[in-house]
Design a protein around this ligand. Structure first.
Ligand code: PBG
Length: 332
């Protein structure tokens, strides 16, 4: 072999042993960066499995408290709560009822784990409306942006009164972060923060979530969520608007089909000192679980690879249904 043909530069040297690979790893993934989304169902006497999300349940108030304790023990730092009410109506009354399931669950979890977990509440009407939309409707059946903002303002204050640390507005109404910030401040809750679902795309991957919250939605959310395929710049615009309006953390959702958007949002938010979160959503979870169940992929490495890819694309924080288990995998 002549010198010319022999490789002089050998990247494989940095892959030789596990220690070497650890030493040169660029991307870190730690339990403290993971947030567990959890569902709690009003009136439930036992946890109810969600068929399209094997391993995820609709909790009772009691089992939710236990899940929160397990999250703390696993080293997670956050939990995002979703409520499933017994009764729904056109304006989502259950969302602003201090005795509504989500608000009770927030208080339960705060009482159970206190400051050990950042307690977050989904701030959206879709779980509470009989039509399943994220807002209230005009007489013609369109989602009424500004009337919805008034409902979100009330919802934020009720969640803050229940003790929530971060509200998570996920309805993609224009101006929602500003209105919520105002309402919280006016009610004396200036310490309650906002994790804004800023770049949220109308996505087919939300499918299993609809089962998870017994959604009554017919049709889609394309007049308020972002274009499900094509617009990345719009995601950056939405995130910057939310930061202007007072968002403490911005989020991109879904994660996997939008890793480019995540990178761009994180690059825009980081210089402003604003952390970026990403939501590894129900359909992303279901795909891995379904393939693993069939023996088509190796489940645990696939989970770690999925979450690492989201970190590598720029997420400081990841919401994932695997959070508690993944924390164990990362430690083990
Ligand atoms: C709205 C909301 C949704 C999700 C989180 N918040 C549903 C939607 O926008 O259709 C989806 C989460 C997931 O799919 O895992 N309340």
């Amino acid at each position: 072999m002549s010198d010319i043909e022999r490789p002089v530069v050998r990247p494989r040297r940095l892959r030789t042993t596990p220690a070497m690979r650890e030493l040169v790893a660029e991307t870190t993934l730690a339990p403290s960066q993971l947030v567990l989304p959890a569902f709690v169902r009003e009136g439930a006497e036992a946890p109810r499995p969600i068929g399209s999300m094997p391993g995820v349940v609709q909790h009772t108030r009691d089992t939710l408290r236990k899940a929160a304790v397990e999250a703390v023990e696993a080293g997670l730092k956050g939990i995002m709560l979703f409520g499933i009410p017994e009764a729904k109506d056109a304006v989502g009354t259950g969302a602003t009822d201090p005795d509504g399931i989500l608000n009770l669950a927030i208080a339960d979890v705060v009482a159970e784990v206190g400051d050990e977990l950042v307690v977050m509440g989904d701030l959206c009407l879709d779980e509470f409306t009989d039509h399943g939309h994220c807002g209230v409707l005009t007489p013609e059946g369109r989602v009424d942006n500004d009337a919805t903002l008034l409902r979100y303002a009330d919802m934020a204050v009720v969640q803050a009164e229940a003790g929530v640390d971060l509200v998570g507005p996920s309805g993609m109404m224009d101006g929602q972060v500003a209105v919520i910030r105002d309402a919280l401040d006016a009610a004396g809750h200036s310490e309650t923060g906002i994790l804004a679902y800023s770049a949220k795309y109308a996505s087919a991957f939300f499918g299993p979530f609809r089962e998870a919250v017994d959604s009554s939605l017919e049709g889609d959310r394309r007049t308020y969520q972002q274009d499900g395929r094509r617009n990345a710049g719009e995601g950056v615009r939405e995130a910057l608007l939310d930061i202007d309006e007072g968002a403490d953390i911005v989020m991109v959702k879904p994660a996997l089909a939008y890793l480019d958007v995540l990178r761009r949002v994180a690059d825009a938010a980081a210089p402003l000192g604003v952390p970026t979160a990403a939501y590894n959503i129900s359909g992303e979870y279901a795909m891995v679980e379904a393939a693993a169940e069939r023996g088509w992929i190796d489940r645990e490495p696939a989970i770690v690879e999925t979450l690492t890819s989201i970190r590598r694309a720029g997420a400081d924080i990841i919401l994932t249904y695997w959070a508690t288990e993944a924390a164990g995998l990362l430690r083990g």
